[in-house]
Design a protein around this ligand. Structure first.
Ligand SMILES: CCCCC/C=C\C/C=C\CCCCCCCC(=O)SCCNC(=O)CCNC(=O)[C@H](O)C(C)(C)COP(=O)(O)OP(=O)(O)OC[C@H]1O[C@@H](n2cnc3c(N)ncnc32)[C@H](O)[C@@H]1OP(=O)(O)O
Ligand SMILES: CCCCCCCCCCCCCCCCCC(=O)OC[C@@H](O)COP(=O)(O)O
Length: 398
């Protein structure tokens, strides 16, 4: 065998060894016991943190700003576990395309983030960038009211003063404005996420939305729903002077990947690309009609970026990706050590006791908890989404 063949065999065999190890690791990540551990740590630590957040209520009377700072750090313990799952467990790559001159400002100012709402884990990709720029604990969003009732995450958001909406303008216009004004003295830098399309993109919702576009004489969009402009206008109006800029964020995944939270849990690796343009708030018109027109134009530009991505696999501009930080992993390891030890003791007691009633009760509790977590994960699944946007007239229910 000549040296070249020998070398190739070495590479292939090393490669074979490597791919065998990767295959074993992937097999381990798809094991239900791993998912149970991840979900057990998330759920129990999340409920403990929700309880701690509840205990900060008296602190709000003494010092609102201190209570806010405490809740930002408590919230980080929850949301960073999902970021850890995305970055360290699934190994998903998140690449940032942006202007190098804007990069130093990210994380050092308040911003309104406008992002396309096309994927089940778009919020998680947003969170990973929040983590890398140090604003994960204080990150905020205009979220549908239904999410406020989701245990752990929804309850956490209450203490972060997240802005909830019913997606009925006649009700939202006052409550959303009031909630936004409340953030004007927030003591930590925050990013306020706005999915202007108001719902996840589906073929049916896209068809209805484009009928509305046609009726308004607006250009049709290929990759987006028509943006709802009132929420954007009221957000800019009430955060002017608090937020310095809008971060226009356009997200896509390589090779037409359709990422899911269950995929992340199974350790599946995705490849997210995010194109961010920093637009100073002064450039956005104050007048409602002009602001609406500005947003429609922005979404037409976003549509062109998605077209370019579909054609070339790239967004415009240079790649300036922030590195992963270890804190989300350290946080997960801390909570895992804290909570898996008592769980081990409990299981040992259970086996030693041999009491059928205790075993049946424990199995019933674990089954109920798993169903609960599966329901929570279902909140992110588009095919379990709302009817909002399925009909041209605003619905009475979401
Ligand atoms: C760098 C990246 C970092 C990013 C990460 C940062 C932070 C992350 C933090 C947290 C992660 C959070 C994860 C949770 C995400 C959950 C998000 C959600 O819940 S999205 C759903 C809730 N949000 C919204 O709905 C926002 C958009 N909606 C609005 O702003 C609305 O205006 C509103 C304020 C909600 C009011 O709702 P309403 O339905 O009454 O809206 P409108 O009055 O605007 O709608 C009527 C208006 O729209 C036209 N239109 C367009 N399409 C349709 C259609 N299909 N059916 C009916 N009407 C439609 C219609 O013609 C009207 O037009 P006009 O305004 O001209 O009259
Ligand atoms: C992965 C690591 C830990 C996993 C453990 C289990 C985790 C359970 C996580 C529950 C997460 C719940 C977060 C809710 C975020 C949902 C974001 C979202 O996208 O909501 C949809 C709305 O925008 C629009 O709703 P539709 O009108 O499209 O319908």
């Amino acid at each position: 065998m000549d040296p070249f063949q020998l070398e190739m065999q070495c590479v292939l065999s090393t490669g074979g060894e490597h791919s065998r190890k990767m295959g074993l690791l992937q097999l381990l990540k798809s094991q239900f016991i791993c998912h149970l551990i991840i979900c057990y740590v998330f759920l129990v630590s999340g409920l403990i943190i929700n309880l701690l957040q509840l205990c900060t209520l008296p602190l709000w009377l003494l010092s609102k700003q201190l209570a806010r700072r405490v809740n930002v750090r408590l919230a980080y313990c929850i949301s960073s576990q999902m970021v850890a799952a995305l970055e360290w467990w699934s190994g998903t790559e998140c690449t940032l395309y942006t202007d190098p001159e804007s990069y130093p400002l990210y994380g050092n100012e308040n911003a309104i983030v406008v992002m396309n709402h096309s994927f089940e884990i778009d919020f998680l990709c947003g969170w990973t960038f929040c983590e890398r720029f140090g604003v994960l604990g204080s990150s905020k969003v205009l979220a549908k009211k239904e999410l406020a009732y989701v245990p752990v995450i929804g309850w956490m958001w209450y203490f972060l003063e997240i802005v909830f909406c019913k997606r009925r303008w006649e009700e939202d216009r006052t409550t959303v404005a009031h909630s936004l004004q409340n953030l004007q003295d927030y003591p930590e830098n925050f990013w306020f996420l706005l999915f202007c399309e108001g719902t996840r993109l589906t073929p049916k919702k896209h068809q209805v939305s484009m009928q509305v576009a046609e009726s308004k004489g607006l250009p049709k969009l290929k990759y987006h729903l028509l943006p709802r402009t009132k929420g954007f206008w009221i957000t800019v109006q009430n955060l002017r002077g608090t937020a310095a800029a809008v971060y226009d964020s356009t997200l896509n995944f390589r090779n037409n990947e359709t990422p899911t939270l269950l995929g992340i849990l199974n350790g599946k690796k995705y490849h997210a690309d995010l194109y961010v343009r920093r637009i100073p708030l002064e450039l956005i018109p104050e007048d409602e009609a002009e602001c609406a027109a500005w947003l429609h134009k922005l979404y037409q530009e976003k549509d062109s970026f998605q077209e370019q991505y579909t054609q070339t696999g790239r967004f415009p501009g240079p790649i300036v990706s922030p590195p992963c930080r270890p804190w989300s992993l350290i946080n997960w390891l801390f909570w895992s050590c804290l909570l898996l030890y008592p769980l081990g003791l409990l299981l040992a007691q259970l086996i030693i006791s041999g009491s059928i009633l205790t075993i049946v009760t424990s199995v019933a509790l674990c089954s109920a908890a798993s169903l609960g977590v599966r329901w929570m994960i279902g909140q992110t699944e588009i095919d379990k989404g709302s009817n909002y946007g399925n009909k041209e007239v605003p619905l009475n229910n979401n």
